[in-house]
Design a protein around this ligand. Sequence first.
Ligand code: UTP
Length: 410
Amino acid sequence: MSMTLARAKEKLQKYGQEHVLKFYHELSEQEQANLLEQIENSDMDILDSCMHQEKLQERGVITPLAAMEIPEIAANRESFTATGLEAIRAGKVGAVLLAGGMGTRLGSDAPKGVYNVGITREIYIFECLVNNLMEVVRQADAWIHLFVMTSDKNHEATVKFLTDHEFFGYKAEYVHFFQQKMALAVDYKGKVYLEDKARMASSPNGNGGWFISMKEAGLVDLAHREGIEWLNAFSVDNVLQRIADPCFVGATIRKECVAGAKVVAKVTPDEKVGAICLEDGRPSIVEYYDMTPELMEAKDAQGKPAYHFGVILNYLFNVKELERIVSQSLPLHVVEKKIPYLNEEGEMVKPEAPNGYKFENLILDMIHQMGSCLPYEVVREKEFAPIKNRTGIDSVESARELLQRNGVTL
Ligand code: UTP
């Protein structure tokens, strides 16, 4: 025990974080052990990157990447769908639900998926997603493995909710949970906050670590055993999205790409979605806050906007390609955030404004590691209803309207 305390002190000293032991002497033995374990297991190398953010943002040369647009998809729908269904029936396609986020903008402490979007009846976000996937299961007449990523903050609640609801009719043997990693949260000087006397503040480390976490949980082995060659990773909050969409899968296979990204035509050049492009000749995504006026105005060879298609967090990845890149590191994103913390006096503070940083890896950066990627256009009104906020843009309200327009009874 004392050895561990000594080791912890040494590590904290190295990173200038000794203050996290401030209340150590007040803790129970169990709490002390937990804190030491957290110190031991936390990556502190990342902490000082919030002091060098300019360096993190350097980009390569951006050029256009043509999307497969709706007319081309419509003209080939039958044959792409046949190819996709064949892959699904052969068990080659799995789905990965990214549900480790905190959903802070929605303002509920519960996992986002348990949010009830119903009006006259109960219908939960998770339920909408399962219903969408079930349509493909029925069409293919084959179950699709569904991997669900959670985090420390919502794992138990997520598993309990889905189990209590019997996975909304999904076959239990085809649902697999795994947890993503956490990253420490710091103040503007890079000092780790305490979330209580016995724990450093942390938050989920972003949706970019999903494949590594899935692998560490032994689920990539399972995927190999089951013959899964493609994984469709998607966000928890888009209640209209098509999952394991046979036409999308088929188009990606037929175009001989190792990845695919569902995209929508942007409504305005400055819309807050990441634009798909090439960066130094490889597929990539420029986030909306990195879009320069030049990029927004740029035209392609046909005179159309060159960076017109935005990603909607629905990606298809070839598993072999994921294995190839698994050891490559992803860029670190430093995000300003409101972090509840324990002050010097040991009192909890819930800040009204951002007071520090969290660290994240993002799935969109994995696209840049792929050898190729097919941007696949979807009809926004049919497939894109993200729930980020309670009201306004990308909200419960806007998603309800879109769900109803697509025939879902709320
Ligand atoms: P968002 O970027 O919307 O983040 O996540 P969020 O944490 O859910 O919501 P806010 O920003 O706090 O309001 C997009 C998708 O990525 C998942 C989310 O669950 C959502 O499906 N995600 C995000 C993770 O799985 N892990 C993370 O660490 C972050």
